[in-house]
Design a protein around this ligand. Structure first.
Ligand code: ATP
Ligand code: MG
Length: 359
């Protein structure tokens, strides 16, 4: 049997994408198949560089193609092209493919911590990432990222767009950089709306695969503004097990659903104590709060993040735990959650493009 592009595609059809539930040939992931004598080269283009099974897919493809008669060598090149959600309105911002909102039912559960760690984890997997802090009442992203810019001192491009400062491989803008602290507290709905618009339109973001938005707790003003003006690929809801109130989380999820924002899943933060010396796990608040909520509310549990003093100190010192202690259980949890978020966003995009139907 002669070695042709057709035989190669046929054999690659047995590789399934675990999230999209289709084979990688049907999904259109195979590009640039080259055959020169017995040497085969091809590219697999995934929908996110943060794909958790990237390496596995590569070795499966190498093994399958390598086993075809006549093949002497295989070179599989892995790339990614993050797709935008097809359902976004025409007002969506050019260059920004997916906006992901990070919300919570109540304050202090680790929303900002989750936002910065997920963002950096995605960037470390090869994605282009930005974060904004839409929390006018207590902006803290700049501090968590070690960015120190006085309000009103952001650099501008020639056409007067704000240049977002960069830290740890991500671009970050905070409302704290736009307005003096003492003025922020009087902001109300319409002003929030215009601030969100400014973040989206008057900022030189460049090309971004993911823009993560740290939503303010409480009212849905910012979420409403985002949903109406730019479209949101999905929302991540952060909760803690301590005094877990299903009703708080349900409220947050209900708001996103009303706005037609897909729920990507729930993160249970401060889930258990991971000893920084021996990594032993202590379930201080009992276990399974996040899992129960996820089951009750029929949403995915994206992962559990332990309580670790390195998470707090990292945030205080401007070096989030995925940078400061990348091998710690908390950092590994954030990294795994980042991959899941990326996979869920891909699924949403493929669904709106009608390439896949549903879970
Ligand atoms: N897994 C964790 N382990 C230890 N400390 C944590 C963890 N997650 C968050 N913290 C700490 O808890 C505090 C609250 O976290 P964070 O500021 O991220 O919450 P938030 O939900 O954004 O709060 P707010 O509602 O005030 O915006 C911070 O001091 C942070 O460093
Ligand atoms: Mg916060």
């Amino acid at each position: 049997m002669a070695l042709t592009q057709e035989t190669i595609l046929q054999t690659l059809k047995s590789i399934q994408d675990p999230d999209l539930h289709k084979d990688i040939v049907t999904l259109g992931f195979i590009k640039d198949v080259k055959i020169e004598g017995g040497a085969v080269g091809l590219t697999i283009e995934l929908t996110t560089p943060a794909c958790p099974v990237k390496d596995q897919m590569k070795s499966e493809a190498e093994a399958l193609v390598g086993a075809l008669p006549g093949v002497t060598s295989v070179a599989v090149n892995m790339t990614a092209q993050v797709r935008a959600r097809g359902g976004m309105t025409s007002q969506a911002i050019p260059g920004i493919r997916n906006i992901v909102a990070i919300g919570a039912g109540k304050g202090g559960v680790g929303k900002s911590t989750t936002t910065v760690n997920l963002a950096i984890a995605l960037a470390r997997k090869g994605a282009r990432v930005g974060v904004i802090d839409a929390d006018v009442y207590g902006p803290n992203l700049p501090q968590m990222l070690g960015i120190d810019i006085e309000p009103g001192h952001i650099e501008l491009t020639a056409d007067q767009k704000m240049i977002p400062p960069e830290a740890h491989g991500i671009k970050a803008l905070s409302i704290g950089m736009l307005v003096p602290k003492d003025q922020a507290v009087i902001w109300r709905g319409p002003m929030l709306h215009s601030a969100v618009q400014q973040f989206m339109r008057d900022v030189a973001w460049g090309e971004l695969d993911y823009l993560l938005v740290d939503l303010p707790p409480g009212t849905g003003d910012v979420a409403i503004s985002l949903a109406q003006s730019v479209g949101v690929a999905g929302a991540v809801v952060v909760t803690t097990p301590q005094g877990v109130s299903v009703s708080d989380v349900r409220k947050a999820i209900g708001m996103f659903q009303k706005l037609n924002i897909p729920i990507l899943g729930v993160v249970e933060n401060m889930s258990y104590f991971a000893c920084p010396h021996c990594n032993e796990r202590t379930e201080i608040f009992g276990r399974g709060g996040g899992a129960e909520i996820a089951k009750d509310l029929k949403v995915a549990l994206l992962g559990d993040v332990p309580i670790d003093t390195r998470v707090r100190s990292g945030g205080d010192e401007g070096a989030p735990v995925v940078v400061a202690a990348p091998e710690s259980p908390a950092a590994l949890a954030f990294s795994a959650i980042a991959s899941k978020v990326a996979a869920k966003v891909s699924m949403q995009a493929m669904r709106t493009l009608r390439i896949v139907e549903s879970d």
